[in-house]
Ligand binder design. Structure first.
Ligand SMILES: *Cc1c(COP(=O)(O)O)cnc(C)c1O
Length: 387
C-alpha cells in the first residue's frame, strides 16, 4: 500500500491532507516523494522559523540530545531556565510557564486570568472577552474561547465564561464590559486562521484603555504572530502597549513542539506551586532549540522580515487577479479573484507551497527565506492567480 492509503487507513480522519508527501528539505526548499522540489511558503504553519533543518538549530538541539532528553518538572534543568530568562529579558515579562502547544499556552493564560480575578476581584468575574472570527485552539475551553460558531458544535457542553466582541468595534467591547463581570480581553493582533486580518491600532488602544478603567487583563494570543513572524519579536510591540499575558507557540521551537505563557507584573505570582503543570512542559530538547531561535531574532533578522514583507505587499498589491493583500510582516493573506483552492492547486503544480486561511491564500515563509527564492515564488504565485 502507498503511504497515502496507509494514512487513510490508520490515521484519524481529522485532516483533509493535500496530495503531497514531504520527504526532505533544506531551508526554504522541500522535496516530495516524487523528487519534486518546492519553495516552501508555509513553514508547517509558521513553525519552521528558519526553514527546514537549519544547521544552527540542529546543532543546538542535538547537543542537548546528547546530554539528556527529559527530566520532568520535578527538577531544575538548564535549557528551560535559559529560555525563560531570554524571553523575560527580551519582553519585560516576569515569569514564563511552558506547555507544549498553542492551545496549552492559551489554557494557561485563561487559568491565570480567572485565578487573578478570583484573587483580586471575587468569585464571579470570570468572563473573558474574545473576538469574533478569532482562533485560540482545539481543547474544549480554547474552542469556546474561539469566537466562531462553527467551533461550538459536537463537543458540548462547553465551559461558560466567554463573550464575543466584534473585532474593530469598540462599542461591542464596551457593551459586554457593561453587562458582564469580566476578567480579561483576549485577542490576536493579527487574526491568523480567521483570514490574516490585523486589528486596527485604534481599536487595540481603546481595548487597553477599557481594560485599565475596568481592571481587566489583556491577553495577547501570539501563538501565530509571535517570535518574529510579524517583523517584531511579538506583534503587540507594533500596537504600542504591553499585555499582561502573552501566549505563544508555533514558531517558538523552530519545529519542535513547545508553548509558552508569558506572565507580566500583575500576574507574575498568580500561579502557585501545584496550581498548574505539565509533564512535558519545558522539554529540554524543545527549549534548547527555542533558545537558538529566540536568540537569533535580532534587529537585523527583523529588518529582513520587514524588507521581505514590503517586497510581497508591493509586488502583489494590485496585481492581476488579486483583490486584496492583508497581514503584517511575513504573515500575509491574499484575496484572489479565482477560487483559492484552484490557485493552490496551480501553485503546487508550479512548485510553491502556500496554504489557505479561510478563502484566502496565506503566506508564512521562513523568516530568512533567501530573497532569490522569495522572488521566484512570488512570480510563480502571480502567474497562478492571473490565469
Ligand atoms: C495555531 C493557533 C493556536 C493553536 O495552537 P496549537 O499548537 O495547534 O494548539 C492558538 N491560537 C492561535 C492564534 C493560533 O494560530
Amino acid at each position: 500500500m502507498t503511504n497515502k492509503q496507509l494514512d487513510n487507513q490508520y490515521i484519524a480522519n481529522t485532516y483533509a491532507r493535500f496530495d503531497i508527501e514531504i520527504v526532505s528539505g533544506k531551508g526554504s526548499r522541500v522535496v516530495d516523494s516524487n523528487g519534486k522540489e518546492y519553495i516552501d511558503l508555509a513553514t508547517g504553519i509558521a513553525v519552521n522559523t528558519f526553514g527546514i533543518s537549519d544547521d544552527e538549530w540542529i546543532s543546538a538541539v542535538t547537543e542537548q540530545l546528547g546530554k539528556f532528553q527529559h527530566t520532568s518538572n520535578l527538577y531544575y534543568s538548564e535549557p528551560c531556565i535559559s529560555l525563560a530568562r531570554l524571553l523575560c529579558e527580551k519582553t519585560g515579562a516576569k515569569k514564563v510557564f511552558f506547555g507544549n502547544s498553542g492551545a496549552e499556552a492559551n489554557e494557561c493564560a485563561i487559568k491565570v486570568a480567572r485565578k487573578w480575578a478570583q484573587d483580586t476581584k471575587g468569585e464571579g468575574d470570570y468572563t473573558i472577552i474574545t473576538l469574533k472570527n478569532s482562533f485560540h485552539g482545539r481543547t474544549i475551553t480554547t474552542l469556546k474561547a474561539t469566537g466562531q460558531d462553527v467551533f461550538h458544535t459536537n463537543f458540548g457542553p462547553f465551559p461558560d465564561g466567554f463573550a464575543y466582541a466584534e473585532a474593530n468595534n469598540i462599542d461591542s467591547v464596551r457593551e459586554i464590559v457593561k453587562s458582564t463581570k469580566c476578567c480579561a480581553i483576549m485577542m490576536e493582533m493579527v487574526q491568523g486562521e480567521g483570514g490574516v486580518l490585523p486589528l486596527d491600532k485604534g481599536f487595540v488602544a481603546e481595548c487597553v484603555k477599557i481594560a485599565q478603567e475596568n481592571d481587566l487583563l489583556i491577553i495577547a494570543d501570539e501563538v501565530q504572530t509571535g517570535n518574529g513572524r510579524t517583523g517584531t519579536l511579538y506583534a503587540y510591540e507594533q500596537f504600542d502597549f504591553t499585555p499582561d499575558i502573552v501566549s505563544t507557540a508555533k514558531g517558538l521551537g523552530g519545529g519542535l513542539p513547545i508553548g509558552a505563557t508569558l506572565l507580566f507584573e500583575k500576574v507574575e505570582n498568580t500561579l502557585g506551586a501545584g496550581s498548574h503543570g505539565s509533564t512535558f512542559g519545558g522539554n529540554p530538547i524543545a527549549c534548547a532549540g527555542a533558545v537558538n531561535i529566540i536568540s537569533r531574532i535580532d534587529d537585523e533578522l527583523l529588518e529582513g522580515v520587514r524588507v521581505r514583507s514590503k517586497y510581497i505587499f508591493d509586488t502583489l498589491s494590485g496585481a492581476k487577479g488579486i483583490k486584496s493583500v492583508s497581514g503584517l510582516g511575513l504573515m500575509i493573506g491574499i484575496e484572489t479573484e479565482k477560487d483559492s483552492s484552484e490557485v493552490l492547486k496551480a501553485c503546487f503544480e508550479k512548485g510553491i507551497l502556500p496554504i489557505k486561511a479561510k478563502t484566502k491564500i496565506r503566506l508564512l515563509p521562513a523568516l530568512n527565506i533567501p530573497m532569490e527564492d522569495l522572488k521566484t515564488a512570488i512570480e510563480i504565485l502571480k502567474e497562478c492567480v492571473a490565469d
